[in-house]
Design a protein around this ligand. Structure first.
Ligand code: MG
Ligand code: MG
Length: 265
């Protein structure tokens, strides 16, 4: 069941999603060698609660029945998504995907950004750039009258053209009163297939792209997903509202990139 949102509901979704963008910017301020992902989680949870919202990820029951123990997912290097914050210090050259969800005024925000820790190699930078470009190419297709497969195809083509792996087991999704609504939004697929996109549909588009092959493993903690070959993975996510002519991006990287300044990729 796909719920179409009214303009008023989209406005509430935007507020929740902007808070996610601002929370990720607070996290961005702290990312450097030596900081732990648990420290990032503490700051994020505090900021979300100080702004009258609730971190949607905390306590969320996963497929393995284990509640997610933190407010953000922090996926380092070969981890793809759903990494659990811990006490290991980040190191120069690492990358960390931070995924954040909020619940505010009845609506969910969901957005993710992959950060560099200090200087990273040019190969890794290229992975990050390509993944982010793929996200925006997908968003360009998120317009009324297109098909869902148009988004999927745009993401997949851009990444596979550079021989990156496109993770298939995890996908984007509808966003609304619930964090995960219909439809599923795969990062692979065929043009002109899938559900017709309509104004008022709100979806999270979130390419999860690997430097090696696309295969993944679930770690023993029941949550963290990592590449099977150990190669790095990137993840960027925006929540968008399907519009006529163009999509409206409800989340925002602006606050993050103001913090990153000239280091933004
Ligand atoms: Mg997310
Ligand atoms: Mg999501």
């Amino acid at each position: 069941m796909i719920y179409l949102k009214t303009d008023d509901e989209i406005e509430l979704l935007r507020q929740s999603n902007l808070l996610v963008g601002k929370t990720l910017a607070e996290v961005a301020k702290l990312i450097r060698p030596g900081v732990t992902t648990r420290q990032l989680d503490t700051i994020a949870e505090q900021y979300i609660r100080d702004n009258g919202a609730v971190p949607t990820f905390k306590g969320f029951l996963g497929p393995s029945g284990i509640p997610f123990p933190a407010s953000i997912c922090t996926s380092v290097n070969g981890q793809v998504v759903h990494g659990i914050p811990n006490d290991n210090p980040l190191e120069e050259g690492d990358i960390v995907s931070v995924d954040c969800g909020t619940f505010m005024n009845g609506f969910c925000g969901d957005s993710a950004y992959t950060f560099c820790v200090g200087e990273v190699s040019s190969e890794v930078l290229q992975l990050l750039r390509t993944t982010k470009e793929a996200l925006y190419l997908g968003i360009e297709k998120a317009v009324h009258g297109n098909r869902l497969g148009d988004i999927s195809y745009a993401v997949e083509q851009h990444c596979e053209a550079q021989s990156y792996g496109v993770v298939r087991e995890f996908v984007g999704h509808g966003v609304g009163k619930n964090m995960h609504e219909d439809p599923a939004v795969p990062n692979y697929g065929r043009r002109g297939t899938g559900v017709m996109l309509k104004k008022g549909m709100c979806i999270a588009i979130e390419p999860m792209i690997t430097m090696g092959d696309r295969h993944i493993l679930l770690e023993p903690d029941g949550w963290s997903v990592r590449t099977r070959d150990g190669k790095y993975a990137a993840h960027y996510e925006h929540t968008v509202a399907i519009g006529k002519g163009e999509a409206e991006i409800l989340s925002s990287f602006r606050y993050i990139e103001e913090v990153l300044g000239e280091n933004a990729i």
